[in-house]
Ligand binder design. Structure first.
Ligand SMILES: [Zn+2]
Ligand SMILES: [Zn+2]
Length: 121
């Protein structure tokens, strides 16, 4: 299976050749601040099945153990790589060309979930 996606402005494109490993909602404060939204829906793939095929995503070290990549032109959040999980990469579901295929099945960091946000998974 091939999944493709990219940022809003089209400068950054990526392709995944493989199946999603899992998908879910993260309510952590770092995701909230990185994306400017109360929750981020992520889908995980094998890192060796993911590659950027257009443009140069910018990145920042969200912590000593995590790297977030985003488009330097439109700012869209694209990926999250956790050093302790070097085999996988998280991709923002909304950046996929078909964003509703991998259905979120878990929720994490419920302690910082916005109390008025009701997500099911
Ligand atoms: Zn962009
Ligand atoms: Zn998070």
């Amino acid at each position: 299976m091939t999944y493709e996606g990219g940022c809003r402005c089209g400068a950054i494109r990526y392709r995944i050749t493989g199946e999603p490993l899992s998908a879910g909602f993260c309510h952590c404060r770092m995701c909230q601040r990185a994306a400017g939204t109360p929750v981020v829906a992520w889908v995980a793939f094998r890192r060796d099945e993911f590659r950027f095929v257009k443009g140069e995503a910018d990145s920042f070290k969200a912590s000593a153990r995590a790297t977030r990549r985003f488009c330097p032109h439109c700012g869209m959040a694209l990926t999250f790589e956790y050093a302790a999980c070097s085999a996988t990469i998280d991709v923002t579901i909304a950046s996929l060309d078909e964003p509703y295929a991998p259905e979120p099945v878990y929720q994490i960091w419920m302690s910082s979930r916005a109390p008025w946000l009701h997500t099911e998974s």
